[in-house]
Each structure stands twice: as structure tokens, then as C-alpha cells.
Design a protein around this ligand. Structure first.
Ligand SMILES: Nc1ncnc2c1ncn2[C@@H]1O[C@H](COP(=O)(O)OP(=O)(O)O)[C@@H](O)[C@H]1O
Ligand SMILES: [Mg+2]
Length: 172
């Protein structure tokens, strides 16, 4: 289904424009993710640093009959407009912030799309005028919910994906 003011659709959900500064991620009956859990994980990450896009509020959109997670709107641009030295700087900040999230008990888990799914491989990492930002905490996990053993496994996978992103981001 096409919604008015659609901005973009990812692997599962559609995001619509609300204003210059806000977007809403729609959760309809056919999306598998759970809005309350996504909101909680986003707020947790926001409490550590500003790598993950800022959570604003939950709303019910009467017109669309859909639950909506309202967040800060970000305006991504293409990293290929910037020299590799700039990209290196953004990457090092990104890596530090992501490690800080890991240390605090948050793992994103969706940096890289499985190669079986079509689309851009790193579409949850966006370059903005304030550096790299992360969206989409739909399958993120908190250490306190999943326990140390599983959490450490997820972090191990994520560290490899950071390497893959580094190769991608610096070599195009
Ligand atoms: N805060 C945001 N600002 C601007 N665009 C966004 C924002 N959040 C998501 N998007 C766009 O919407 C798409 C889908 O959002 P996402 O949270 O990744 O959902 P999905 O779980 O379907 O992948 C993203 O790939 C991106 O293009
Ligand atoms: Mg996504």
C-alpha cells in the first residue's frame, strides 16, 4: 500500500514525512516488529549518545489507522561526495559511538542486510551533516533482556559488520 507523504520503505516498514523535522515509522497489522519494544530500544540508545536517531513519541495515526513511531527526521547524503580522509574521520567517530553503545548493553544487529535480501546492503547507516547516524532498531537487543552470552555473540557479529562497512564506505 502507498501512503501519502511516503519517504522511504525499508525491509519491513514504511516511513512517512510529518514535517521538516519529523518522520513517522508506520506499524500496521502486517509488520512483524513491535512498536513498544522498538521505542524502548531507541530511547535506551538515545540515553547513551546521539548515534541512533532521536525518538520523539508514539502516536496513533487516525487517517492511516496505524501506530506510528515519531522520530527526528534526518537528511542523508551520498558519501561519495566526500574525500576518503573525511570519511575516515566520520568512521572513527561512528566506531567509537557504536562501541560505547555495546559497552552500555545495546547492540544494533542490523548494520548490514543479509545478502539474500535485496536493496542497499547498509541502508540503516546514514551520512548526515553531523556524521554517520543509525536508524532502525527493530531487531536491536539489550543485554539486560537477552543475557550476557547471547549479547556477546551478537556483538561479535556486529564487530565484523563494522569491518565490512569500513571496506564499503572507504572503497567506493
Ligand atoms: N529518521 C529518519 N529520517 C529519515 N529517513 C528515515 C528515518 N528513519 C527511516 N528512514 C527511511 O525509511 C526507511 C525505512 O526505515 P527503517 O527504520 O529502516 O525500517 P525497516 O525496518 O523497514 O527497514 C529507511 O531505510 C530510510 O530510508
Ligand atoms: Mg531498515
Amino acid at each position: 500500500m502507498k501512503y501519502p507523504r511516503t519517504l522511504s520503505s525499508g525491509a519491513n516498514n514504511t516511513v512517512i514525512v510529518l514535517s521538516d523535522s519529523e518522520v513517522g515509522k508506520l506499524f500496521t497489522g502486517d509488520t512483524r516488529s513491535e512498536i513498544g519494544s522498538e521505542a524502548e530500544k531507541m530511547q535506551f540508545a538515545n540515553s547513551i549518545n546521539s548515534l541512533v536517531v532521536e525518538f520523539k513519541r508514539l502516536e496513533f495515526n487516525e487517517d492511516l489507522n496505524a501506530e506510528m513511531l515519531v522520530m527526528e527526521r534526518i537528511y542523508p547524503f551520498d558519501f561519495r561526495s566526500y574525500e576518503v580522509e573525511m570519511r575516515e574521520l566520520w568512521l572513527s567517530v561512528f566506531e567509537d559511538e557504536l562501541r560505547a553503545l555495546h559497552a552500555a548493553g545495546f547492540v544494533h544487529r542490523d548494520l548490514k542486510r543479509p545478502s539474500s535480501i535485496s536493496g542497499l546492503s547498509f541502508d540503516n547507516i546514514l551520512l548526515t551533516n553531523s556524521g554517520l547516524r543509525l536508524i532502525d532498531v527493530g531487531i536491536s537487543a539489550l543485554r539486560r533482556q537477552i543475557g550476557d552470552v547471547i549479547f556477546e555473540k551478537y556483538v561479535e557479529v556486529e564487530l565484523q559488520e563494522i569491518q565490512d562497512f569500513r571496506d564499503y564506505f572507504l572503497n567506493r
